[in-house]
Design a protein around this ligand. Structure first.
Ligand code: UD1
Length: 418
């Protein structure tokens, strides 16, 4: 894919609607296969991971109509299939088809899911919990095979607080016999929207603070649901605005999902007007360093924002230490920041990064190795003096439908190199 070219230095000004969330959409698409009816999703982002998931659904016989940001999935005449390894293997969310295929067809054959190379990302916790629900699962190096004549509700406490495991179990439990309680579940907003979607389709779900109770077996029916705005993209654009200066409004986003970045912006004493679905920010100050920051499950500092925040802190007024606690290999972008002249040191274990803020960055030729890391390099390019070229943009378009157009509409000098 062609690289993105940026000439740094421009403030971001204007209004921007934030696209629908990738991580919310993908579980909803998997859930659509559970419904013997028609699912309509609005505000569905036009990104490659969504196209891939739709292709997988069509292999199961779903009839799909996509018109701009509205997608309908008719899953009335579906049949069992083994999803294409090339497509399923390219994204993590394909793992959710395990529970869905088991629930709808009593069997599943799934190529090992892929996604961004940010860590090992095994499926052991998914399989362990599904086994407790009665599934027989065998896992090879490349595939997982599962069968279950009937999934049975039970009390589950997954081996770790994982977004994917929680989503997998919700999908299994809505079709299981009896009541399932998922204890110590993850509480990311995308999990809440999956529950809201399934409730709108007729599922019986009680969403408590750190546990979810599901009474399985309800008949699921046609449903229309609006995908929420992408909180990670909104937060990334706020980081960019803080870094280069801004006078901008982001809308189409639940601002109560932006707690971390908005409280940081408040600490920096930026001018903020926060409403339920939009935020106006005016920022012209130097970035304040953060002495110690570590990624955590929601509502903590999101791992998906870590690389972008590292890029932002590269021009802070002092030294920051950022620790990645969720994934083992998520500091690749931090290493690449050195090419902009940033003073960034990654520790030997690849878990923490020390960033000594510098006033200036210079343009560089860099390569994204994963989605969010690619966005971090764009932030550095916007802030740097001179020209930056970002390769590896195929990762960025997995989650961003129009990052170049968005930033250009806010006044950045950024373009695809044709
Ligand atoms: C989801 C998001 C991803 C985000 C992450 C954490 C999607 C498509 N992706 O990924 O953008 O960064 O949540 O917020 O929604 N783990 C195991 N065994 C398992 C499952 C997970 O060891 O069976 C580990 C993972 O390797 C990782 C940690 O648990 O180290 C957290 O992963 P998890 O919360 O499951 O993230 P994902 O659902 O993969």
């Amino acid at each position: 894919m062609e690289p993105i070219v940026i000439k740094g230095g421009n403030r971001l000004t204007g209004r921007l609607r934030v696209q629908g969330s990738k991580n919310a959409t993908l579980p909803l698409l998997a859930a659509a296969l559970l419904i013997d009816g028609v699912t309509t999703l609005t505000n569905c982002p036009d990104i490659t991971d969504v196209s891939g998931m739709l292709k997988l659904l069509s292999q199961f016989g779903c009839r799909i109509v996509r018109c701009q940001h509205t997608v309908t999935i008719d899953a009335r005449n579906v049949y069992y299939c083994e999803p294409d390894a090339g497509i399923a293997g390219a994204m993590r969310a394909s793992s959710l088809l395990l529970a869905v295929s088991l629930a709808r067809f009593h069997q599943a054959a799934l190529p090992m899911p892929g996604g961004c190379t940010i860590g090992k990302r095994p499926l052991d916790g998914h399989m362990e919990a599904l086994r407790q629900m009665g599934a027989h699962i065998t896992a090879g190096e490349r595939n997982v095979f599962a069968e279950a004549s009937c999934l049975a509700g039970c009390v589950l406490e997954p081996m770790l607080q994982s977004v994917g495991i929680t989503e997998q179990l919700i999908l299994a439990a809505v079709c299981a016999k009896g009541v399932t309680t998922i204890k110590k579940c993850a509480r990311e907003p995308e999990i809440f929207s999956l529950c809201q979607f399934l409730q709108a389709a007729g599922a019986d779900i009680l969403y408590l603070d750190d546990e979810i109770m599901i009474c399985g077996g309800a008949t699921l029916h046609d449903v229309c649901f609006e995908v929420p705005g992408d909180r990670i993209i909104a937060a990334s654009y706020l980081c960019m605005g803080l870094s280069v200066g801004c006078d901008m409004t982001l809308y189409g986003i639940e601002t109560n999902q932006l707690t971390w970045i908005l409280s940081y912006a408040k600490k920096m004493q930026c001018h903020l007007e926060i409403e339920q679905e939009h935020v106006h920010i005016r920022a012209d100050k130097q970035i304040e360093h953060i002495p110690y920051l570590e990624t955590a499950v929601y509502p903590g500092f999101p791992t998906d924002l870590q690389s972008v925040v590292c890029a932002m802190l590269a021009t802070a007024d002092g030294t920051s230490v950022v620790v990645e606690t969720i994934f083992e290999n998520r500091l690749q972008a931090a290493k690449e920041l050195g090419k902009f002249g940033a003073d960034v040191r990654v520790d030997e274990e690849n878990r923490s990064v020390t960033i000594v803020g510098r006033k200036h960055l210079n343009g560089a030729v860099v390569a994204a190795k994963e989605l969010r890391g690619g966005v971090a390099l764009i932030l550095a390019g916007l802030r740097a003096e001179g020209e930056t070229t970002v390769y590896g943009c195929e990762y960025i378009v997995r989650g961003h439908e129009s990052i170049v157009e968005d930033l250009r509409s806010l006044g950045a000098q950024i373009a695809w190199m044709r």
